[in-house]
Design a protein. Structure first.
Length: 212
């Protein structure tokens, strides 16, 4: 993933074409879907980072980004066997690589996203084990990075509006494709698979165009 993203960035930087850098930040409404035996609800987090827009032809451009994205969900057990009630916070470095089409002030974008988990935390009542191996439920606020797989692969799609030559706003949906769960057993949970799902609302600001 790292080599692929770096190769894309270097290729664009080496091109003799008009390009535009920018910064962006916004809100994440995120949830973890798919775990049977627990209910997940949306939590509000944020994302921020930089992007590079490279014109291909006409209204079409390619836009790689590097973002810090905080995601997760509020999780709650659905039965006495899953007596859990906690918040999961996942911190990613994400690299969306989007194809973008602009029509007047309106733009649409779609493409893959690659994510690297850098930290995870669980806060609330979660499943624990005693020294004898008995399953218990206890209140914790703990690092849980090992409970999740290090990589996340997603598809992104969004739409936005240019408010001025240097300012834009947009909304984006990010759907995780792979199972990110790294736990082998949870009391009362029949299907452990989990995927990220994020709605993003953002504002972006572009620097003046430069000739590379």
């Amino acid at each position: 993933m790292k080599n692929f993203a770096l190769a894309v960035m270097l290729l664009l930087l080496a091109s003799q074409a008009h390009a535009q850098f920018g910064v962006k930040a916004g809100v994440n409404e995120s949830v973890l879907t798919g775990r049977a035996g627990e209910n997940a609800s949306y939590k509000t987090y944020f994302h921020a980072g930089v992007f590079y827009e490279y014109k291909i032809f006409g209204p079409i451009s390619i836009q790689p980004e590097v973002l810090y994205s905080m995601q997760g969900a509020a999780m709650k057990g659905t039965s006495a066997a899953t007596n859990t009630d906690y918040t999961t916070q996942l911190q990613y470095i994400t690299v969306p690589i989007l194809i973008k089409a602009t029509f007047g002030p309106v733009f649409v974008e779609v493409g893959p996203q690659f994510g690297r988990l850098i930290y995870a935390n669980e806060n609330g009542r979660v499943q624990t084990r005693s020294s004898s191996g008995t399953v218990l439920f206890g209140e914790v606020n703990q690092k849980s990075t090992d409970n999740y797989k290090p990589y996340d692969y997603s598809l992104c799609a969004g739409v936005g509006l240019k408010l001025a030559p240097s300012a834009r706003v947009g909304v984006r949906f990010v759907a995780g494709l792979n199972d990110i769960n790294n736990i082998q057993f949870l009391q009362g949970v029949t299907d452990l698979r989990q995927q990220n799902q994020v709605f993003q609302l953002y504002a972006a600001f572009q620097l003046p165009k430069i000739k590379l």
